[in-house]
Write a protein that binds this ligand. Sequence first.
Ligand code: GLV
Ligand code: MN
Ligand code: MN
Length: 412
Amino acid sequence: MSELTVDGARLRSALETLAQFGATPSGGVSRTSFSPADSAARAWVLDRCEAAGLRVRTDGIGNMFVTVPGALDDARPVWTGSHIDSVPDGGRFDGALGSMAALEVACRLAESNVALRRPVEAVIFADEEGCYHHLLGSTALVRSYSPDELAKLEGRDGDRLVDALQGLGWDLEAASATAVPAGSVHAFVELHIEQGAVLEASSVDIGVVTSIVGMGGGRLEFEGRADHAGTTPMNLRRDPLRAAGELLTRLPEVTASISPTAVATCGIIGVEPGAANVVPSLARLQLDYRDVRRDLIEALEDALFEAANEAADRHDLQVRFTRDSITNPAPMDQRLQDLIESAATAQGRSTLRMPSGAGHDSQNMSRLAPTGMIFIPSTGGRSHSPAEHSTWADIEAGANVLLQTVLSLATE
Ligand code: GLV
Ligand code: MN
Ligand code: MN
């Protein structure tokens, strides 16, 4: 096994520089996909790769690929990567770690004399955080979005994806021609922060991911009647926000009726017309729900809609549910789990096999290629918050496990 290691100082500097794009006063980042901060970060990645002599291409939906050639140029490449978009006021490491580590691996391989058999590509996936659709970029690699579907995708602020893409000067035809054939990638490996507290609590260095949770989502709209807030008696109102509130208080009961692992979240609420002295006419909830099996997610979706209908009936409302496509739960490849574990053990790191409750592009990639994920500890298990933190020592250790795993895949 080669002694090649990452340049820890260069990786740290890349993460610190990336954190400047969309930096928030709370110490986190707001770098939502296709925002000015995301575009500036993309331009910086491009410059950095070009300066290192690496070739970069971007597909129609915004996935970026940075190539290190192998001896057999037409051999199926090994991919590694993650995402640089963030949730609003998110942390500095979610996605950033796996993206900057993938670029560090690419730079290290390019500047070293190690003979690669297969090309290695560092991939930065577009809109992993699902401003427009969860795991947008990797979903587009599995199955291109049709022009109709693309035209319907709206962001958290109600803006249209197609307008965002056109605003960047991108070609919409290319945005719906992004799929890559299954089997055209040799293997995919993603390094990520754990985003939970399991590794820290058990004092383990490296998590070897066994499977990733499945995810659904959708927009639930309760429609009632706008009325005067002072003159309309409480029992004569058709107030959609009261029904929405009733549904939300029932989420623990509804999820528990499906399975002990089911979770459901409402992170966005909109009310129309939005005035303190008007009974709302419309309440809109953006839901996210997850479980370990697709049939459980489908059952959860139905149970949520049934509970919404019951709440709507109590208040004489209409209810509409626009469901997003479900991202399937995904097992990680057994051989890749073994490879990651041996790379970590050879470097003196302790390991733990564990499932992921967070969604990742790896779950889409597992439909295209054997896929594995490496976790490092998250301080206090905090994530999707500016409090997200991992130590520089753990970051370097995780990047070295990634480098060795990619190297063994690229030389086989
Ligand atoms: C990604 O961070 C997700 O789990 O939604
Ligand atoms: Mn992530
Ligand atoms: Mn995330």
